[in-house]
Design a protein around this ligand. Structure first.
Ligand SMILES: Nc1nc2c(c(=O)[nH]1)N[C@H]1C(S)=C(S)[C@@H](COP(=O)(O)O)O[C@H]1N2
Ligand SMILES: [Mo]
Length: 201
């Protein structure tokens, strides 16, 4: 109790360094979706990997769940200014997905597509960080529908709009191509520590 002030300041310093500029910590887990939550039947669930229109690989739910699993604890940052520390996720790392597909990446840019027609662009380099994954579990529970279940992209080091919920396709594209929010003014990359909230003219 006597050291409360000192250790409090210590924690705050650590938190300040982990918290990107303009962000505030939340303890809950807000839900942000552009439209209604799609109903996704696991019997029809499929994740496709494409290069433009060409199919490179695809997994049904059973095949996808047989891929190597990774569990990790990361901080997440939403462009609407909330951040959440120490969120626990489990799923398939993008590196493991690509090696399961047995392909060399054909381009440096991708679009993530979803069951609700949302999309977002991501650079291959931002997916090959050892942290970006197709997540199926949050807090050791199957991902709830409102948070993107059955499976969502998780790109924890970028603003959370890059973490596409209800993921059904990862598409390599030759040229960086804006997704849903990027077309509406958000930054093409979205690094929270650089405060890349909005795109340039
Ligand atoms: N398919 C899909 N993915 C999406 C969205 C969406 O509307 N549709 N919203 C994005 C935005 S703007 C944010 S901040 C996060 C919110 O994720 P959460 O609802 O799990 O907090 O999901 C992102 N992924
Ligand atoms: Mo968002």
């Amino acid at each position: 109790m006597a050291t409360r002030g000192f250790s409090g300041r210590g924690r705050n310093k650590e938190q300040r360094e982990r918290l990107p500029p303009g962000q505030s910590l939340v303890s809950g887990f807000p839900v942000l979706s552009a439209g209604p939550t799609p109903v996704v039947d696991l019997n029809h669930w499929k994740l496709e990997l494409k290069h433009g229109p060409r199919l490179l690989a695809s997994w049904d739910w059973q095949q996808f769940n047989a891929l190597p699993q990774t569990r990790q604890t990361v901080d997440i940052h939403c462009v609407t200014t909330w951040s959440k520390f120490d969120t626990v996720w489990q799923g398939v790392l993008i590196e493991d997905l690509l090696s399961a597909a047995g392909i060399e990446a054909p381009s440096k840019h991708l679009l993530a597509h979803c069951f609700d027609d949302y999309s977002t662009n991501v650079r291959l380099a931002d997916l090959q960080t050892g942290k970006a994954m197709v997540a199926t579990h949050y807090d050791d529970q199957p991902l709830t529908a409102e948070h993107g279940g059955p499976a969502r992209l998780l790109v924890p080091h970028l603003y959370f709009w890059k973490s596409a919920k209800w993921l059904n396709k990862l598409q390599f594209v030759q040229i960086e191509t804006a997704g849903f929010w990027e077309l509406r003014g958000y930054h093409l990359r979205g690094d929270p520590f650089e405060e890349q909230r909005y795109g340039g003219p």
